[in-house]
Design a protein around this ligand. Structure first.
Ligand SMILES: [Zn+2]
Length: 196
């Protein structure tokens, strides 16, 4: 056990108080700078942005996609209980949509390995990518079509993402209409429930 003298503790407190005081009050200018810095710029994510994008959170790109689909009149279900819990799905035509974070899924253009614990992170991203493939296989087995989009596509090319989703829905609905008479329905066909 180490003994800490009272004077050491006091010196430490004084040092802490000094740092607090030098930080000064937050001026209007500082607030503006803070707000500006919260706006997302393109390019590699900063470490804190990466950490904020924990899978499962409703991230900006997911919300932007949901809003745009809704505006386009396409009704989806959010995170249905199927393998991989896709970000959203069109249940009637069995389309599962994933928005892959550029960091968490290792986008070639934007993934930048953090400087610390590089091995840990590269292994983690590799595991994520492996799990993506497993989820795709599991969904395909159940008759689902999987559509994956990078976060950067949703952020910079949302209209094209919406177009691609829409044409896939149209294609699968036409296929479904053609083959429906051949197969006896297994169970009840679920309907799109819109945003849940
Ligand atoms: Zn990217």
């Amino acid at each position: 056990m180490t003994l800490v003298s009272i004077s050491d503790i006091l010196a430490k407190c004084n040092a802490d108080v000094k740092t607090m005081c030098t930080a000064g009050p937050i001026t209007g200018r500082k607030v503006d700078a803070m707000l500006r810095s919260r706006k997302r710029k393109s390019g590699p994510l900063t470490k804190s942005e990466q950490m904020a994008r924990v899978r499962g959170a409703d991230t900006g790109p997911e919300m932007a996609l949901r809003r745009a689909l809704w505006q386009a009149g396409l009704r989806y279900r959010v995170r249905p209980d199927i393998p991989g819990r896709p970000d959203l799905a069109f249940v009637g035509c069995r389309i599962a949509v994933f928005v892959d974070g550029c960091f968490w899924h290792g986008c070639e253009g934007h993934y930048k390995a953090p400087a610390t614990n590089a091995t840990f992170w590269s292994e983690k991203i590799a595991r994520n990518r492996m799990r993506d493939r497993e989820v795709e296989a599991a969904l395909a087995k159940l008759g689902w079509t999987v559509l994956r989009y990078w976060e950067h596509e949703v952020e910079h090319d949302l209209a094209s993402v919406i177009d691609r989703i829409r044409s896939e829905i149209v294609r699968l609905r036409e296929d479904g209409a053609r083959t429906r008479y051949k197969t006896s329905a297994i169970g009840r066909e679920p309907n799109d429930q819109g945003e849940s």
